[in-house]
Design a protein around this ligand. Sequence first.
Ligand SMILES: Cc1ncc(COP(=O)(O)O)c(C=O)c1O
Length: 421
Amino acid sequence: MQPTPVTTTNTTRAELAALALRAGRTPFYVYDTAVVDRQLAAVRAALPPTVQLHYALKANPLPALVAHLAAHVDGFDIASGGELAVVLATLAAGARAAVPRFGVGFDVGFAGPGKSLADLAAGVAAGVLFQCESVRELQAIAAAGTAAGRRPRVALRINPALELRGVGQRMGGGAKPFGIDAETAPEVLRLLATLPVEFVGFHFYAGSQMLQASTVVAMLEQCYACALVLAAQAPAPVRVLNLGGGFGVPYFAGETALELAPIAAALERLVVRAATDLPGATLVLELGRYLVAEAGRYVLRVVDRKRSRGQVFLIGDGGMHHHLAASGNLGQVLRRNFPVTLVPAAPTPPVGASLLAIPPTEIVTICGPLCTPLDVLAESVLLPVAQEGDFIVVGMSGAYGATASPRGFLSHPGPVELLTP
Ligand SMILES: Cc1ncc(COP(=O)(O)O)c(C=O)c1O
């Protein structure tokens, strides 16, 4: 049998060595824009052309990546003044031509509970669409608008009464700190009608990391039905109906990719219905991880290889302080391994050196440099026997990586982040 892994490893080694040179050190994240483009193309091909696609910056707010996405999406979803600053800098740098102002063709939705007064003022100045999360916030948005001599655009974020199975993280249904319960929304709409704000529509975000198309379809249909009931009580026609998204990606062994075709069909039906139910309304989806997760790799090096009572531990120069999700501490109930590969730093024997070229393997646990048992990047994985200096590559790392990790913990340096064409 041809020892194909050796060839693959050599290619990857050269690529990683070049990237490490570019980064100047390990650990680093590298994001492949070609993979982002592939995901964008898949979603665009599936979505009805009138459905707008927004990128949720929380998944990965790296300015260079946001600039790349700006040219391909219809808007952004932000959740803080910091994310707004990234968007404004990106657009000011000309990442997207012809953005006359938000709300015309390209929009920026500002969601998230507990927006500060400073963030509200910044949002008013920028002309964002506020996805309003509470009565207090509605009043504060109106006050910020009055102070600035502007009429802020507002959509109510609704927490619908739905119960879905197969949602990785639930942000809607039941008691939640997000949005306004659908039952109390009519009252809030009456208040809104008395305030100096412009009602634009409704926003839903019921949950993320859904891997079953049927779950996404049920979510979309139930949120749409909820919006329809509320639209009848709104002070103005609905012009924007943001149905969220929650498209999941397969992180772990045994998981399969989300099927887009049934979601596309459901959206087609909703677009047709909306033309009659909500004339003039635009449907919006806001996706984060689906667009960027697969594009990212987190690359670290083996600092130490040690044995403890029969088990082999590889200690890397990176860990949970850079990649909390891979350590299993970002909301996972059961810890599972992200895809991990080991790439020798030294060249492996040339192909043709026969079967001897197949490297010996062993079962290892990969840990980071933090003094906590939580700092595990992969547990009991079968890998080629590692040497100090070898690369460890954690795949599926483009979303909720660097900025979703406790980077200050133990005061190690942060990771470098690179974008490849
Ligand atoms: C309001 C909102 N929009 C969009 C997203 C993006 O989710 P995902 O990255 O799973 O697509 C989230 C995730 O928490 C969210 O809370």
